[in-house]
Each structure stands twice: as C-alpha cells, then as structure tokens.
Design a protein around this ligand. Structure first.
Ligand SMILES: NC(=O)c1ccc[n+]([C@@H]2O[C@H](COP(=O)([O-])OP(=O)(O)OC[C@H]3O[C@@H](n4cnc5c(N)ncnc54)[C@H](O)[C@@H]3O)[C@@H](O)[C@H]2O)c1
Length: 316
C-alpha cells in the first residue's frame, strides 16, 4: 500500500457482517489497513475472535459482535457495538451470507426463507439502522452491499439466492435516491473469489489449487472469468468506503481477479406504442416482429474451461 492511501480511512469506523472468514474477513482487514476501526460480525464466537486477533496483530483496531444478521435486534447491536467501542459509525458492509442451493421443486420453504432472511432482510435491517445513525449524526456514510452474478443473470439451482441478490441491487437503486440528500452512498459489489462458498466448485478447482500452492491463478481465471482471491475484491470495498467515492452511488460493480465491471441497470431494449393499448390480437400480430433479436438471454455466459485446466467434469 502506498503511503498516500495508507490513512485513507483514518478516523472512520466500519461494520462488516459475516467477517469471521472468507471475503468478509478480507474486507475487514483491508478497511483496517487503511486506518478504519472495524466491528467484526459472525455467528461463531471463535471465528469472530480469530478475525479480531488477526487485525489487532497487524496493528489495526477491531472488536467482535456475535449475532446472526437478519433481525432488527442484530442490526441495532451492530450499530451500538460500533458506537460503544469506537464512538461512531461511517461504513457498513453487508456481506453475511449462506447458500441453500436446490432446483425449484426440491427447494423447501425453509431453504427459501433462510437465504432471504440472511442476505435480503439482513441487508435491509443493517442498512436501515446504519442509515438512521448516519442521518442523526450527520455522517456522510457508506453502505456497501454484496450482490452476486446469480442476482444479475440467474443461475440454475439458486431461486432463493437469485431473489435475494437481485433484491439487494434493487434496494441499492432505491437507497441511492432516498439517501442522496444526506450525502450517504449505497452501492452493490458483485464479487467472484475463491472462498469456502466457491472452492468446492469443480470449474474453479485448478485455480484454487494454484492459490493453495502459493502460485498465481492462471490468466483464464483471473481475466476471462474474473475469478481470483478474496484480497482481489477487498480494494474496491475500501475505495467505495473512502472520501474519493463520495459521488459513486446506486451502482452495481463487479470485481474479481484482474477484472472490474460496472453493470448496467435494466432498461427497455424495445419500446412500441399502439393507440388504445395492446390486446391479445395486436400482440399476436406485432409482438414477434418487436421481439425479433431482442429477447434477452439468461444465465451467465462463461467461456469453456481450456483442456489443460480441466481437473474434473465441467460444472459450476
Ligand atoms: N465467493 C464468491 O465468489 C461470491 C460470489 C458472489 C457473492 N458472494 C457473496 O459474498 C459474501 C461472502 O461470501 P464468502 O464466499 O466469503 O462465503 P463464506 O461462507 O466464506 O462467508 C460467509 C460468512 O457469513 C457468515 N454468516 C452466515 N450467516 C450469517 C448471519 N446470519 N449473520 C452473520 N454472519 C453470518 C458465515 O459464518 C461466514 O463466516 C456472501 O454474501 C456471498 O453471497 C460470494
């Protein structure tokens, strides 16, 4: 880190949910490296405490608040924990997450509700309580939510997760409007990285194995797939948290490996008018021509895994 950026977040206080391990831990460490004091949150006490120790051992400041995000009580405990330990709150990163992947007929109500509770409701309740604090204390705060390629494109077996992650980006667009006057920004980061959540996916295996051997991941992963390590994502979190990103709001920004992407928001690709509106017969007549070449593809289009990187049958 250059000296110039070393203190970019000095004096600021951040809450990172689900930061005991994986991407959340990398975000918390990066925020701390830039000078922020950090509230680590997770559901397992030892994991949270280990994360706090890692940050304090590196010269940073951190405390743990163990609580399952989703409820208002947990969100309040996080904001109060930041204020009690460090006197303020400037940055919220809503990273906590779980997966319960199943195709729709196998997905139970419980699978659906849990994923919505942690990702979507957890993001909503934490953002609402953080924003309340920002407004009451005149803080030009930062709300950094976490989306997923699945929320942007859809993905087989992830009805619950797709709903939650697309919903998060929908909330961000709304918050950018609602929070603008208060000088608070809200964005969604769309990460792709090797963590417990992804390292068992056969498609990524040779990248994960290279990383474990301490070697760089092949270019195919870092560039073509935008897949790298958790640390590759963390820089964007710190940047969005900084004063330099004061004008960036309402965005969905993808990052992973060597790749950075700004996503478009949904816009109509075809607009047609018909006096008196569109009844069945007029649609039957005119829809095919309007739709020609304009129906949207779903699912992420991934390049095929080069043969030399195949360690298992292709799947993702
Ligand atoms: N790894 C990727 O490539 C990838 C891609 C897209 C999105 N994401 C998103 O990034 C975030 C982090 O994922 P990860 O890959 O580091 O996964 P991970 O499983 O390694 O980490 C998730 C953390 O959240 C914690 N957690 C779960 N439920 C919680 C709750 N109710 N309250 C507090 N903490 C809770 C877990 O204990 C764990 O420490 C998630 O929101 C995930 O959906 C990850």
């Amino acid at each position: 880190m250059s000296n110039e950026s070393a203190g970019a977040l000095a004096g600021k206080v951040a809450v990172v949910t689900g930061s005991g391990q994986g991407l959340g831990l990398a975000y918390a460490q990066e925020l701390a490296r830039h000078g922020a004091a950090v509230v680590i949150n997770d559901v397992v006490q030892e994991t949270a405490e280990r994360a706090v120790e890692a940050i304090t051992a590196a010269g940073g400041r951190a405390v743990a608040v163990v609580a399952p995000v989703g409820s208002t009580e947990a969100a309040t405990a996080l904001v109060e924990g930041a204020v009690a330990a460090f006197g303020r709150l400037d940055i919220l990163v809503t990273n906590a997450g779980v997966l319960r992947d199943k195709s729709i007929l196998k997905m139970t109500d419980e699978d659906f509700d849990l994923v919505i509770q942690v990702h979507l409701r957890g993001t909503f309740t934490c953002a609402r309580e953080a924003y309340r604090h920002f407004k009451e204390n005149n803080v030009a705060g930062r709300i950094i939510t976490i989306g997923s390629p699945t929320g942007q494109y859809g993905n087989f077996g992830q009805t619950n997760y797709a709903a939650a992650k697309a919903g998060i980006v929908g909330m961000v667009r709304t918050w950018a409007l609602e929070m603008k006057k208060a000088g608070v920004t809200a964005n969604a980061v769309i990460p792709v990285a090797a963590t417990a959540m992804t390292e068992t996916v056969p498609f990524f295996r040779s990248a994960v194995e290279a990383d474990r051997r301490g070697e760089p991941m092949p270019d195919f992963f870092r560039k073509d797939l935008g897949f790298g390590t958790a640390n590759d994502v963390a820089g964007l979190i710190a940047y969005l948290a900084s004063d330099e990103a004061a004008d960036i709001t309402g965005q969905a920004i993808g990052v992973g490996g060597d790749r950075l992407q700004i996503f478009s928001h949904p816009q109509p690709v075809v607009t047609e008018y018909r006096d008196g509106g569109w009844d069945f017969d007029s649609l039957r007549e005119q829809f095919p021509a309007a739709a020609e070449g304009n129906l949207q593809r779903v699912g992420e289009k991934l390049p095929p895994l080069p043969e030399e990187l195949q360690t298992a049958p292709q799947a993702r």
